[in-house]
Design a protein around this ligand. Structure first.
Ligand SMILES: Nc1ncnc2c1ncn2[C@@H]1O[C@H](COP(=O)(O)OP(=O)(O)O)[C@@H](O)[C@H]1O
Ligand SMILES: [Mg+2]
Length: 647
């Protein structure tokens, strides 16, 4: 579990200013900008109405209240009531305006991010934890929606409200206005300091939430392993440690918010106290009238919420900024595996697959390390079945990922019918080359949809699709699907019916066959099948494969023996190519690999005779043959284990 890649480093986006960072949302916001503007206009209207109330009050007190004119007082009260009602309507209107566009932005961002995750190469997914992707996809984008829906609008409107209000305050008396503004200055300083601290904390907490999601994902995925090894407790303690770390970060965030709130609460009180004292003094000096003082306090009350909310809205903006950074870190990943500018088209491929001095190294390989694939030269003739054999960890799986460009070579090239695979569009390339892997991944869908996954060209319920489906299931010996509760319409995969490893592999194989490719790349797709079923599959494959070029990684000597030729992968190179029999005779390393495969097989089934150590280690043909002759009557204790072979 600990092998998962660590949280990616923050990208240079964190060097952007907050407005610049948020400006990147522009393409998503553009289509809905008018509705957002409508929301801001309603909010501003609500604020202006609220600001009018103190002015109306001032007039009422200065006029009718003083003169004691009752009907005028009633009228005044009605006007204030109407204003309050107008404000409420505007607030409602604001909500109506912003709800739809914000969810639209959320939807667009989410689908585009998903599309992005689909196009980014496998090497990207090697580096990124699934939980990080999950939390960015769900949590961060949700936060951006909430911020657009009201954080942004309120921030703009509240700043405008404060500006207009302050001007009005100064209109009543400069001293009162000054007190009001001067007491706001410490707030803004605190706010700035707060921004710095809170921004870092937010980033940390959002990353930690991603790590936590990764843990949940991994342990749900690996629940059997955890249970089987009794590691549930261990996983729990690891999880609770992570959860605790996140809690601590959240506590620090809450602490930061609490301290800013302290100032937000304190300063207006001080401002009120100071204004009250100066107001009374100003009245005693006849410098201001009572109605103005009254209106001043009414206005200060109206402004109090916008001023207080500024701190919250700033922290909200920082949250949104961090979320935007996190989302754009994915958007700005360069997609190293994409369509060429001037794609070549192969009209009717023959299926000749050639590795020409192909090199490959994983990104995280140490600088001093040799390339994992260190100059692969290999020619697969059209229609030929080539087995690829090598010790565990020699790079067989890696080699199989190169033709379909799950990874790109880091040197040399791979060609299909003489065309560099990088000169074809990915869509065309993957139409020509289909793959099946050892760990057969199925999706939550029917058997039919899973098998026909590679046939976007077919309507899955057409007759043609039915024929393709049946043929593929036949080849893969997957007749078991007919005894599933709903036959090929049975939903399988994570949320559907659970299948055995062998059943999954057969469906994955059927999927590769159904794609009807020119080249089939199979990374040990039969490992979980019993020997008899495997033989049947191979028999069927040979008929189908008669037309199809196949590169098959095999872990069973019996599978290897079925191939037209065998390629031996050793120390990053293909060191021998020939038939199984030829290689057994000519290559000592080949005998060594085959004997270790047999040892694995023996360990699995317990009863398969193996090549003796003598044969594996024999230096020349005579010795090897002599050793083979003995192999039928090997006593049990002479069976060798893989460790011994490798030792
Ligand atoms: N995604 C990856 N990132 C980094 N190293 C990897 C990755 N996949 C495999 N490796 C390393 O590359 C080597 C070859 O692995 P692999 O191609 O799976 O070998 P094989 O299929 O022959 O057993 C191993 O040492 C393995 O640890
Ligand atoms: Mg492998």
């Amino acid at each position: 579990m600990s092998s998962s890649p660590s949280t990616p480093k923050p990208s240079p986006s964190s060097a952007l200013s907050t407005p610049a960072a948020l400006w990147r949302l522009k393409p998503f916001v553009k289509p809905v900008v008018w509705r957002l503007a409508g929301g801001a206009a309603s909010a501003l209207a609500a604020a202006v109405i609220a600001l009018m109330i103190p002015i109306v009050l001032e007039q009422i007190i200065a006029g009718p209240v003083r003169s004691g004119e009752v009907s005028a007082i009633v009228w005044g009260a009605l006007i204030v009531f109407a204003l309050a009602l107008g404000e409420a309507v505007m607030v409602w209107l604001r909500r109506q305006f912003v709800l739809n566009p914000a969810t639209e932005v959320e939807y667009q961002m989410r689908t585009q991010l998903y599309a992005r995750l689909q196009t980014l190469p496998v090497s990207f997914h090697d580096r990124w934890q699934s939980g990080q992707l999950l939390s960015r996809m769900m949590q961060d984008i949700g936060l951006i929606r909430r911020w657009l829906a009201f954080g942004l609008v309120l921030l703009v409107v509240n700043i405008l409200t404060i500006a207009i209000g302050s001007v009005l305050l100064f209109g009543w008396h400069w001293l009162l206005g000054t007190i009001f503004l001067v007491t706001a200055i410490p707030l803004w300083i605190r706010g700035y300091l707060f921004e710095k601290r809170y921004g870092a904390l937010t980033r940390r907490s959002q990353d930690q939430a991603g790590d936590l999601a990764t843990s949940v994902e991994e342990s749900v995925h690996g629940i059997r392993v955890l249970k089987a090894f009794g590691r549930g407790k261990h996983a729990l303690s690891r999880f609770s440690r992570q959860a605790e770390t996140l809690r601590e970060t959240e506590m620090s965030k809450a602490g930061a918010i609490a301290s800013i709130w302290f100032w937000l609460d304190l300063m207006p009180q001080i401002a009120f106290g100071l204004s009250l004292m100066s107001g009374i003094w100003l009245i005693s000096q006849n410098a201001i009238e009572l109605p103005q003082l009254f209106a001043f306090f009414a206005m200060a009350t109206v402004l109090r919420w916008p001023i207080e909310s500024i701190g919250f809205l700033f922290s909200f903006m920082l949250d949104a900024r961090t979320a935007t950074d996190r989302v754009f870190e994915i958007f700005s990943e360069t997609n190293s595996i994409s369509d060429p500018e001037n794609p070549v088209h192969i009209e009717d491929p023959r299926g000749e697959l050639v590795f020409e001095n192909a090199h490959f190294r994983y990104q995280d390989a140490g600088a001093h390390e040799r390339d994992l694939l260190d100059g692969i030269d290999l020619v697969l003739r059209p229609g030929e079945t080539m087995a690829l054999v090598g010790l565990t960890g020699s790079g067989k799986t890696t080699l199989t990922t190169l033709p379909a460009r799950l990874y790109d070579v880091t040197g040399g090239r791979v060609t299909l019918d003489g065309v560099d695979v990088r000169d074809l569009t990915l869509a065309e390339l993957r139409q020509h080359i289909a793959m099946a892997f050892e760990d057969a991944t199925l999706f939550s869908a029917s058997v039919r949809e899973n098998v026909l996954l590679g046939r976007a060209d077919l309507d899955v319920h057409s007759e043609e699709a039915e024929r393709v489906l049946r043929e593929a299931l036949d080849v893969a010996q997957a007749a078991f699907v007919d005894s599933l509760p709903e036959g090929v319409e049975t939903i399988i995969g994570e949320e559907g019916l659970s299948l055995s490893g062998g059943q999954r592999q057969r469906l994955a194989l059927a999927r590769a066959v159904a794609a009807n490719p020119r080249v089939l790349v199979l990374d040990d797709p039969l490992s979980a099948l019993d020997v008899d079923t495997e033989a049947l599959v191979e028999e069927a494959l040979r008929h189908v494969l008669a037309e199809t070029t196949a590169l098959v990684v095999a872990h069973r000597p019996s599978t290897v023996a079925l191939a037209d030729r065998v390629a031996l992968l050793e120390a990053g190179r293909i060191t021998a190519v020939g038939t199984h029999a030829e290689l057994l005779k000519s290559s000592r390393h080949y005998r060594h690999v085959i004997s270790s495969l047999e040892a694995e097989e023996a360990a699995r089934t317990g009863a398969i005779p193996i090549i003796s150590q003598d044969a594996a280690e024999a230096d020349d043909l005579e010795d090897a043959e002599a050793a083979f002759a003995k192999e039928g009557d090997l006593p049990e204790e002479e069976f060798i284990t893989e460790e011994e072979v490798q030792a």
